[in-house]
Design a protein around this ligand. Structure first.
Ligand SMILES: Cc1ncc(COP(=O)(O)O)c(C=O)c1O
Length: 381
């Protein structure tokens, strides 16, 4: 998708998937529908007489002698979500109980001895990798994900290159196509944490990535009311390994969460379009603001990070004060909801490397004038 055109209605090329079909029911959806259409249509029962939405199946156990069980076989509620996300990304999706469960499944399935990881990426994934390194289960090579040559060099002799783009919280963007090409030459697998991009702004499998993962807790769910994770595999072999990882580790999603996440998918392109439009306006205003030293925006999506400064430079206390003064914006740590949230990140040990005054803002779908009035007042204070 062209990052300069938020509402680019690129068609969802979906090799290997047929959005919105249930085998043996009514006719399949046409291939190469627009992404907005896939988001609305994929993952529905299609048989005559069936409801339009998969029901919330609250069952761990299924009657019969075939040994069908929720953890091993899945339930229809998860399958609707997996079908829709798979269709949007162009691969085979598996749902998990959280984004971290999805990340863990990628590492479990690929079991890298040597992993390349962005130095500045989501602190939870770095904590997981640090634990695995301490347990002598893998080695890690940290890279600056914007230094493409260094990433390609590090992939030589590595088993997996972990890419997060844009990164949390500094919103760095990776040159994925070049990293994938480098990894192909050295035989490394590429996993992309695409949580901030969402399937609307990026489809990493189309750039050659092997696995793409999401914290569906964020934009996919979109309403700050659930935790869920997703992994989409480029091929059947990897898909089977991811399914196996879920089966043996048991990180299955709840049926209610899967239902709500799929409901979130239905409006994801629409919400992203509105939130991204708001983000672009706010970026311009922040860039022109005297109390803002730096604005980081990856060019699309709804995440904006900016550094608050006072006369002496970037300032953590001034940024904290902004979070205390906002009245509409919500000071909160998570992101991707319909409401605008804001947080100073350097207060976390895992993000100690970022500027003290860096505020990470997840732009919501409120009227942009109201967001700016609130933010401008907080900055002025
Ligand atoms: C980029 C990124 N990846 C993964 C995760 C983990 O997701 P969850 O909190 O759903 O486990 C997060 C959570 O903030 C995230 O921001």
């Amino acid at each position: 998708m062209n990052p300069d055109h938020p509402s680019d209605t690129s068609r969802g090329a979906t090799p290997g998937t047929t959005p919105g079909t249930t085998p043996g029911t009514s006719s399949p959806l046409r291939a190469s529908l627009h992404r907005e259409t896939i988001a609305v249509s994929a993952g529905r029962p299609t048989g005559v007489g069936e409801p339009l939405n998969h029901p919330i199946v609250l069952a761990s156990n299924i009657r019969g002698e075939e040994g069908v069980y929720a953890r091993t076989h899945g339930v229809a509620t998860w399958e609707g979500l997996e079908e829709a996300i798979g269709a949007l990304e162009g691969g085979r999706a598996t749902s998990f109980s959280s984004g971290m469960a999805a990340a863990s499944a990628c590492l479990f399935a690929l079991a890298p001895r040597v992993l390349v990881l962005p130095t500045f990426s989501y602190l939870g994934v770095r904590a997981l990798v640090n634990d695995l390194v301490e347990q002598a289960r893998m080695q890690v090579r940290f890279v600056d994900i914007t230094d493409t040559a260094a990433v390609v060099e590090a992939s030589d002799g590595a088993d997996v290159v972990w890419v997060e783009t844009p990164t949390n919280p500094t919103l760095d963007v990776a040159d994925l196509a070049t990293i994938v090409a480098g990894a192909r030459r050295t035989g490394a697998r590429v996993v992309v944490d695409s949580t901030f991009a969402t399937p609307v702004c990026a489809q990493p499998l189309q750039d050659g990535a092997d696995l793409v993962m999401h914290s569906g807790t964020k934009f996919i769910g979109g309403h700050s009311d659930l935790m869920i994770g997703l992994v989409v595999a480029a091929d059947e072999v990897l898909h089977d390994r991811i399914r196996h990882a879920r089966l043996v580790n048991g990180a299955t999603p709840g049926a209610l969460e899967a239902f709500l996440a799929l409901r979130g998918v239905r409006t994801l392109p629409l919400r992203m379009e509105r939130a991204e439009g708001n983000a672009r306006v706010l970026v311009e205003k922040l860039r022109a603001h005297a109390a803002v030293a730096e604005v980081r925006y990856p060019g699309n999506g709804a995440m904006v990070s900016f550094v608050v400064s006072d006369v002496d430079g970037p300032d953590g206390a001034a940024a904290d004060a902004v979070c205390r003064r906002v009245r509409l914006l919500v000071p909160a740590t998570s992101l991707g909801g319909v409401e605008t949230t804001i947080e100073r990140r350097q207060k976390y040990a895992g993000d100690a490397h970022v500027a003290p005054g860096l505020l990470r803002m997840s732009v919501g779908i409120e009227h942009v004038d109201d967001i700016w009035d609130d933010l401008a007042e907080a900055l002025a204070g």
